[in-house]
Design a protein around this ligand. Structure first.
Ligand code: F6P
Length: 361
């Protein structure tokens, strides 16, 4: 049997681990795995322009430790159909026809799609043209409701935590405030977890509306107690006066978040008189080797995807529930975002540690 695998959407640490896990499990079944390049675009291969390679356990040995993806990925292009939360675009008929031709030429009987909610929605459309798909959830944002955790998230949290530790020592030396802007789109998981791990004074996330006056009061209180450094962690999707701060320009469809760190740093510096610097961690959170947790979760997801194909559980996605890998229908999986519940235990723990979320609690 021939199967395909591709990554789609933004990369994240652990993609190669999924590939290695899937290729290992497929080889044990005697299957051939086609790895398509640059997301779904690889499906538009021509006989004289093959945009894929055949993956073997030998060619994938120990790629689980590598960041990025050996197959490449794109978050735009011919198959990008996500326009916004809950809104979907369409794939051109000519693109679908070319995809079908590739699948038939290579005798691909199933396709593993490693991607976030937008890519999984595309995957479902491909199943409608007779290409059975199974999904593997991916994103550093940890914002897919169907799985307890997405791989890549813990690696991002490690990067941010280390950055906060480093920023603290220089902030302490100079008695400065550091505003650390982190990714996560509309979910505050990265800010919340790394903020707790890194002992942030203030954590601002999209799910908890904040007022700058509350933040200013909390910072002044800490300074009054003699604290030398102040660490503020802010999610790129946190809203100031109910508004998102955006980077100019858009990826196809989705808005690009970013810039809130600079906006609030300026206001906080003015109000507190504390010399302030901003650090936007950006894509450092997505780059580099996956942490051990993500290597393991990624390989487990990859090998379980093969199990779903064996059991003909198509249009399903692997997911982590507790300690077990399970399957969930993709259609259900893409419907709800996994956002931080402002009343969850983790937020409560942070409050117990004295973290200010900028609200009135
Ligand atoms: O979804 C992952 C993510 O890294 C978000 O946290 C961030 O907003 C976005 O992708 C950045 O996308 P790009 O790589 O297109 O700048």
């Amino acid at each position: 049997m021939n199967i395909g695998i591709l990554n789609s959407g933004g990369d994240c640490p652990g993609l190669n681990a999924v590939i290695e896990g899937a290729v290992g499990a497929a080889a044990r079944q005697g299957w051939t795995v086609y790895g398509f390049y640059d997301g779904f675009e690889g499906l538009l291969s021509e006989p004289d322009d093959p945009r894929y390679e055949i993956l073997t356990p030998e060619s994938c040995r120990n790629i689980r430790s590598m960041g990025g993806t050996i197959l490449g990925t794109v978050n735009k292009g011919n198959f990008a159909i996500k326009v916004g939360v809950g809104q979907k675009g369409k794939i051109e008929d000519s693109v679908l026809a070319k995809t079908k031709a590739t699948v038939e030429r290579l005798h691909i009987e199933a396709l593993i799609v490693v991607g976030g909610d937008g890519s999984q929605s595309t995957a479902l459309l491909l199943s409608e043209i007779g290409l059975p798909v199974v999904g593997v959830p991916k994103t550093i944002d940890n914002d897919l409701e169907a799985t307890d955790v997405t791989f890549g998230f813990n690696s991002a949290v490690e990067v941010v935590t280390e950055a906060i530790d480093r920023l603290r020592t220089t902030a302490c030396a100079h008695q400065r405030m550091m505003v650390v802007e982190v990714m996560g789109r509309h979910a505050g998981w990265i800010a919340l977890q790394s903020g707790i791990a890194g002992s942030a004074d203030v954590i601002l996330i999209p799910e908890i509306p904040f007022e700058l006056d509350n933040v200013i009061a909390a910072i002044k209180q800490r300074k009054a107690k003699g604290q030398r450094e102040i660490i503020v962690v802010v999610s790129e999707g946190a809203m100031l006066a109910n508004e998102l701060v955006l980077i100019d320009g858009q990826t196809k469809g989705e808005v690009r978040l970013g810039g809130i760190g600079n906006v609030i740093a300026h206001k906080l510096e003015e109000a507190t008189n504390i010399e302030t610097r901003v650090c936007v961690l950006g894509h450092t959170q997505r780059g580099g080797s996956p942490c051990a947790y993500d290597r393991i979760l990624g390989t487990r997801f990859g090998s379980h995807a093969i199990k779903l194909i064996l059991e003909k559980q198509f249009s399903n996605m692997v997911a982590l529930k507790g300690t077990e890998i399970v399957s969930v229908p993709i259609e259900v999986a893409v419907k709800t975002l996994n956002l931080v519940d402002p009343n969850c235990q983790l937020v409560q723990t942070a409050r117990d540690l004295g973290v200010c979320f900028g609200d009135n609690k």
